[in-house]
Design a protein around this ligand. Structure first.
Ligand code: ZN
Length: 256
């Protein structure tokens, strides 16, 4: 059986560890630092076989060098020049097999937060790094609102049972903003209560299903009249496309 566990790292990052409970083979996603990953590997007596890196930011990739020096692992990323040890340049839709875990992933290219940003999908979960957060989305550091819109549209097409594993524990603050955008949305209210309870016990709020995200994440709801109205009221102007609504939502969240 494959199990996925979070390894808390740095201030609020999650390194995801997927492992086979029988063979103990494991893969790591976004090791921003090596130390907590090695501690978990040793504690659970795991045998790392692969590292997946969603994007080049240091808090997702700084641990890679130490890990490849210590373990015999394959590194998968989109930009082989930015990620140490990555040998394959993943393109959108590329599939790759991790033999020892008997699992196949599909690379979904989701540029905007960074241009090399890639999500990794296998039924029914997706590692989304800093593109799609539970309750929010990443900052548009290297790309355009159009790129982020197209990236989120790709993720929205996955099946609704898909569990979203993102790179940070940001859900609580993301949902505060979601509630500001949609004060009447009962699904957001319920999720806020659920997340507050989890955080009060220091438990992770990630993953969440895409079904929940579609009901509560304003960045996936740029076609919903209440969201459009709220953004238009905030900026006191009309927007002509979902991309404009998305750009304004991001600007609004950046400002608070
Ligand atoms: Zn990032």
């Amino acid at each position: 059986m494959l199990k996925v566990i979070p390894i808390p790292a740095l201030r609020d990052n999650y390194i995801w560890c997927m492992y086979d409970t029988t063979t103990k083979h494991c893969l790591l996603v976004d090791p921003g630092e090596a130390k907590p990953a090695i501690e978990t590997i040793e504690k659970l007596q795991l045998n790392p076989v692969a590292i997946l890196v969603t994007h080049h930011h240091w808090d997702h990739s700084n641990g890679v060098t130490d890990l490849i020096n210590k373990y015999d692992v394959e590194v998968f990323a989109c930009d082989e020049n930015k990620i140490p040890g990555a040998k394959i340049h993943l393109k959108d839709g590329d599939e790759f097999l991790i033999n020892k875990l008997r699992i196949k992933f599909k690379a979904i290219r989701v540029p905007c937060h960074t241009l090399d940003h890639t999500a990794f999908y296998t039924p029914n979960l997706v590692f989304t790094g800093d593109t799609l957060f539970t309750g929010g989305c990443g900052k548009f550091f290297e790309g355009t609102p159009t790129q982020m819109f197209n990236s989120l549209e790709k993720l929205k097409k996955l099946s609704l049972e898909t569990l979203v594993y993102c790179g940070h524990e940001y859900t609580q603050s993301n949902l505060k903003f979601a509630a500001l955008v949609e004060p009447k949305n009962i699904d957001i209210k319920n999720r806020v209560a659920e997340v507050d309870k989890l955080r009060s016990q220091q438990l992770p709020t990630v993953p969440a299903s895409l079904a929940i995200e579609m009901k509560t994440n304003p960045f996936l709801r740029t076609n919903i009249p209440d969201v459009i109205k709220s953004v238009e009221d905030c900026f006191n102007k009309k927007f002509n496309s979902e991309i404009e609504v998305l750009a304004a939502l991001r600007e609004w969240k950046n400002s608070i």
